[in-house]
Ligand binder design. Structure first.
Ligand code: 73E
Length: 829
């Protein structure tokens, strides 16, 4: 460390950092410096990867002054900052985003041209950091983008997985996973800070002692320790000179070798501890919505929150701040239950390490956390068996027990004599094994609990946490999810952005409600034509990409019908597939004349959790249907099914702007919010959807005439379940459904092999937990409405424009405003 005397006597050490000149020449000079002195190559000898790395580092150096300045400003001005705790950040590519934020796109393009470099090739060189599974991780990335754009202090805390979400390939129609080695060619966007490493303990035991005045003190003696090394990422606001920080933790061994063993000559054995430690941040768990309850997963969770709390308290919070003021300095937002072990960790720090008495520590802790729940599926609510938790974190388990004891006293106080309620509300479940219910712990500890869409928050109050709602109604609130307009409109859909900019100016980029000004243009024939031209050009762009990326041909003049999201039964990819097969079967059987089939391309994108057998069978079925339908001359090219492998943020940015129809067809009450639904609507696709998650709010805003609604409501679903749902009765009663299922069952799509699809069909006919068969009739009817509407291009365009104009609400800037007003800084508003 530099001493203060050095700093004080050297202007150079303390003065502002200057950026390279914002000119094409300045950019070229910085780029060549990065290439020569950073990569150690001359331009003439450089590879595309050298050039990409140098370009990234060039953009970085333009953002650096703002980053340092933002940090300086934040340190001078003590306010409550947001510590977003998330096990996932699905960032997507950084280059385009950071060029956009720093307003360097034009300069960079020209500079690369001057150097004779194809900028598009450099963009294509970036491997996206896929440090998340789906919506939950992408939401975290949108939120930190919005907070930077709003100049709100935030540190995003998470895990720097060495391997992100697996790369999906198909082998004979079946999903095969490959490791995502995203760091292999270098990662120019991260800044390792080994000097800021912190220690994290695991295992061991606790010791209790009594001091002179008879007070008990407990101390945790961990059995082993790992080092958490932070890697910092820039989170630039949109052209506002703000750069916040994302701090991702990587696990390292304290010592590469066990020295005794090393000296004894057993070199392989001597590196065991290193392998053990580094395993912790090795790979992202690829389960979306259904956590597996594996020990390594709990290690990951504790690892990153322990690092984050330690880092904040010891390295970010100024030394002179009294910890009683912690709630004035930080609010930790718990992104689902994954980081909830932070609650007993903060209690442990305050009580065991800092000497607070229990009640005071609990009072502080309760003000420092808020909890967001992202699901309703009971199997998705995390529980940790007490034996596992006690083995890994013995002190934390003791603390959880004490929190529970005191909480249950409160319950007995509020509801005397109601022991059933006490059992129901206990943080410790007794059946099927003793386990800690993390959602309950989060609800008890959190100052606020929120769901992610209106319907979801209501179901949370009514069905998931009703007893807690009865006890603390004011704790519960809603914040509907949002998406960042920078990445998902400006960057992804440059053509539409240009049209919007020309029409209403650029204010929408940071104030998305301004899109309302587009409403009158829905009635302007010239504008509608230009809107269609944009869509057409986006389809062409996608078509080119898919040709190169996947070797598939997208028919240009088809209705592009898109269902992209994780593969999960509740999302009902099978319902979409039944629709596809019914169209095909109609033609095959002669029920539908071929010239009455609306030319349509159905595009799927979906990864299945590697251990989710049914989901993988559904992928195989989709690929089987695609192969048959695409090559059967009977369809005359009018129906095409595409399933490009490895759907990710990068592909989403090309697919969404090209889509005509957005499939949001989960069974009502199952999709907490959805965020893809918002991205499509904002890019001028119309939604066919159920009354689920944020679809409800989209429908409300765009109006029934501009949305294809179908299916049961959540109460209707419940009622049908109560009455006793018999899927086969729908099969028997609907001849089209019967013919559709029979065609699949005949082996038509699997080369005559009936067994190959029987798992999916048996499940549909005999269980159908998400009522795809019950939804089939109304879904087909809604698809008829889609086709009639699509046949009138002017009316269709009008609707799509109104969708864009009316979806400004779904900006993640608005979500962040709501979090600030309702959760983070209530009373400041
Ligand atoms: O409805 C989505 C929601 O839009 C929900 O399924 C998803 O979160 C999105 C953002 O709020 C979600 N992911 C998970 N739970 N809910 C999850 C659970 C365990 C592991 C990974 C992800």
């Amino acid at each position: 460390r530099r001493g203060p005397s050095f700093e004080a006597s050297h202007e150079l050490a303390t003065g502002p950092v200057t950026s390279p000149p914002r000119t094409v020449d300045g950019f070229v000079r910085e780029f060549l410096d990065q290439l020569n002195f950073g990569q150690g190559v001359k331009l003439s000898q450089s590879t595309i990867n050298d050039q990409y790395l140098a370009l990234a580092r060039t953009v970085r150096s333009y953002l650096m002054a703002s980053w340092l300045e933002t940090g300086h400003r934040r340190r001078k001005n003590p306010t409550r900052i947001v510590g977003y705790l998330s096990a996932e950040y699905l960032l997507g590519r950084q280059l385009g985003n950071n060029l956009l934020a720093s307003d360097l796109q034009g300069i960079a393009e020209q500079a690369m041209e001057q150097c004779g470099i194809d900028m598009a090739a450099l963009r294509g060189q970036e491997v996206e950091p896929g440090l998340g599974n789906g919506g939950l991780g992408r939401l975290a990335a949108c939120f930190v983008d919005s907070l930077a754009t709003m100049d709100q202090p935030c540190i995003g805390y998470g895990i720097r997985y060495e391997y992100g979400i697996f790369r999906q390939t198909f082998v004979e129609g079946r999903q095969v996973e490959e490791p995502d080695s995203w760091l292999r060619l270098g990662s120019p966007w991260e800044f390792p800070h080994p000097e800021r490493a912190v220690q994290v303990g695991f295992g061991g035991h606790t010791e209790t002692s009594v001091d002179e005045d008879g007070t008990e003190h407990t101390r945790w003696v961990p059995a082993w320790q790992v080092r958490g090394v932070p890697y910092h990422y820039m989170v630039p606001g949109f052209r506002n000179g703000v750069v916040n920080t994302l701090r991702l933790w990587s696990a390292e061994a304290n010592q590469a070798f066990d020295l005794q063993t090393f000296n004894a000559g057993d070199y392989a054995q001597a590196s065991r501890a290193e392998i053990f430690a580094e395993n912790i941040s090795k790979v992202l768990y690829p389960d979306d919505s259904t956590p597996q309850g594996k020990e390594l997963r709990l290690q990951q969770q504790y690892f990153f929150v322990a690092c984050s709390l330690r880092d904040f308290i010891e390295n970010t919070l100024p030394r002179d701040v009294d910890l009683r003021e912690l709630p004035q300095r930080i609010i930790f937002q718990l992104n689902d239950t994954h980081p909830v072990i932070a609650v007993p960790e903060l209690m442990r720090i305050l009580v065991d390490e800092k000497g607070f008495d229990w009640d005071e520590a609990w009072d502080i802790t309760q003000q420092c956390f808020a909890y967001t729940c992202h699901t309703l599926l009971p199997e998705a609510l995390e529980v940790w068996p007490v034996d596992l938790l006690g083995r890994l974190l013995p002190r934390h388990l003791e603390i959880i027990y004490r929190i529970n004891e005191e909480f249950l006293l409160e319950v007995r106080d509020a509801f005397p004599g109601d022991e059933g309620r006490v059992r129901r509300m206990s943080i410790i479940a007794e059946q099927p094994q003793r386990a800690v219910r993390m959602a309950y712990l989060a609800t008890v500890a959190g100052a606020k609990v929120n769901g992610v869409a209106e319907l979801h928050s209501q179901l949370l109050r009514d069905d998931v946490l009703p007893d807690f709602h009865a006890m603390w109604p004011e704790k519960f609130t809603n914040v509907t999810n949002g998406i960042t307009p920078r990445r998902f409109l400006y960057l992804a859909n440059r053509r539409l952005s240009d049209l919007i900019n020309e029409t209403i100016g650029t204010g929408w980029v940071t104030d998305l409600e301004q899109l309302r000004q587009l409403e009158p243009y829905a009635d302007d024939a010239d504008f509608r034509q230009r809107f269609r031209d944009v869509k057409h050009a986006n389809k062409e762009r996608l078509s080119k990409l898919l040709r190169v990326r996947d070797g598939i041909e997208l028919s240009q003049d088809h209705l592009l019908d898109v269902m992209v999201k994780r593969l999960h039964e509740y999302k009902r990819q099978t319902l979409k597939l039944l629709h596809v097969v019914s169209v095909y079967e109609g033609v095959l059987s002669g029920r539908t004349p071929i010239d009455q089939v609306t030319p349509r391309t159905v595009l799927f994108g979906a990864k299945a959790a590697p251990g989710y057998h049914m989901a993988k069978e559904i992928i195989f079925l989709i690929n089987s249907v695609a192969e048959t339908v695409n090559t059967d001359p009977v369809m005359d090219g009018r129906l095409q099914v595409l399933f490009p492998a490895n759907y990710n943020v990068t592909l989403a940015e090309k697919v969404i702007p090209a889509a005509d129809l957005s499939e949001q067809i989960s069974l009502a009450g199952k999709e907490a919010s959805g965020t893809g639904n918002m991205k499509f609507a904002l890019n001028g696709a119309l939604t066919i959807g159920t009354l689920d998650g944020a679809n409800v709010e989209i429908l409300d805003l765009v109006g029934e005439d501009n949305f294809f609604l179908f299916g049961m409501t959540e109460p209707e679903v419940e009622e049908l379940r109560q009455r006793g749902y018999v899927p086969s009765s729908f099969y028997e009663a609907d001849p089209v459904l019967k013919a559709t299922i029979d065609l699949i069952g005949s082996g038509h799509f699997t080369g005559g092999d009936r067994g190959a699809v029987s798992a999916v069909l048996d499940n549909l006919l005999n269980h159908d937990p998400f009522m795809a068969l019950a939804g089939f009739g109304s879904y087909l009817e809604a698809q008829d409405r889609v086709e009639r509407a699509y046949a009138d291009p002017e009316a269709w365009s009008r609707s799509t424009i109104l969708n864009v104009a009316r979806c400004g609400f779904f900006s993640s800037d608005r979500s962040m405003r709501d979090y600030l007003d309702r959760i983070w800084l209530p009373g400041d508003a």
